[in-house]
Design a protein around this ligand. Structure first.
Ligand code: ATP
Ligand code: ZN
Length: 285
């Protein structure tokens, strides 16, 4: 039977969450330990472990059919791959930063400056479209130390919390792009592989939907039941069952986690008791 091959990062910021996502999608690996390749025992899938920078080219060349990689890597070069799913982890931004002591008011600041980066493609396009002439200095790691050692006036790099910038005496002044992990696919997959991809995406979406939703159970006094039901949206409408104790009902529903915090006080004011919020493992909608 045909198998689909997915490339994920071997070790680094995306590897753990990439593996967890596949695991939560119900994929069990025969040789679980990260080698070069492992095979799923219960799904037509093989996993290839690569450096993140190699993933898009491998997918374009169909060494792998699919890949999980940061959008920052995809944006840097024009790879012939399709982005089929955003995965919601590995979130970061690509920003320009300068010494914290410098004054800054607009991107014009960068005219005539030397900028160190590992992303010359994205930076070059940004500078060109804004009519800024700067000197791009490509380096492959530890970009953030370049200004401190006099190698550059500014940097263009990945930022997530910003703490690396702060500890190097830098401040973020322009966000040029945002990035998260995505699933990319080869553009010429066979019908058999497209069918497997559909099944895999269906599973991943169910995991993603489940992550943001919670199952809620509560006991409601019958005289406020209607109002309680009105403030709990639910997938269709909540399930309501009578409790053994007269005058009370049990209400079950599904909520977005952030909605829960907005309505909890209202529920308590309406006399709801025994409120339980439970994680959902999979959710098919
Ligand atoms: P490899 O050894 O696979 O080449 P790497 O060192 O190039 O690894 P990592 O640092 O593991 O890469 O980052 C992988 C991806 O994680 C980045 O390309 C980016 O999409 C994402 N990411 C999220 N937050 C950050 C961050 N604060 N710094 C760097 N990358 C981040
Ligand atoms: Zn890398």
């Amino acid at each position: 039977m045909e198998k689909i091959k997915i490339a994920i990062q071997k070790s680094g910021r995306l590897s753990e969450q990439s593996q967890d996502l596949l695991k939560e999608a119900g994929i069990a690996l025969i040789n679980g330990d990260r080698r070069l390749i492992s095979t799923a025992s219960n799904f037509p899938l093989e996993i290839l472990y690569l450096r993140d920078d190699d993933i898009p080219q491998c997918v374009a060349d169909q060494v792998a059919d699919l890949g999980i990689v940061g959008q920052n890597v995809i944006m840097e070069k024009d790879y012939a791959v399709d982005t089929v799913l955003k995965l919601g982890f590995g979130k970061c931004r690509l920003s320009l930063a300068i010494s914290r002591n410098e004054e800054y008011d607009s991107p014009e600041y960068f005219n005539g400056k030397k900028i160190a980066t590992s992303y010359p493609g994205i930076l070059g396009r940004y500078l060109e479209s804004n009519g800024i002439k700067a000197d791009i200095h490509e380096i492959s790691g530890s970009v953030e130390i370049a200004p401190g050692i006099g190698l550059a006036d500014a940097i263009f790099d990945i930022v997530s919390s910003g703490s690396t910038l702060v500890s190097n005496g830098l401040k973020e002044v322009e966000v040029i792009a945002k990035s998260e992990a995505v699933m990319v696919a080869n553009q010429n997959l066979s019908q058999a592989k497209l069918d497997i991809l559909d099944k895999l995406m269906f599973r991943i979406r169910s995991v993603q939907t489940a992550r943001i939703n919670k199952y809620i159970l509560l006991n409601a006094p019958n005289h406020n039941l209607e109002e309680i039901i009105r403030i709990i949206p639910g997938m269709k409408s909540p399930t309501v069952m009578p409790l053994a104790e007269p005058g009370w009902s049990s209400v079950h529903s599904v909520l977005k986690e952030n909605e829960f915090w907005e309505i909890i006080d209202k529920l308590k004011d309406l006399g709801a008791q025994g409120i339980l919020v439970i994680p959902i493992e999979k959710m098919i909608i």
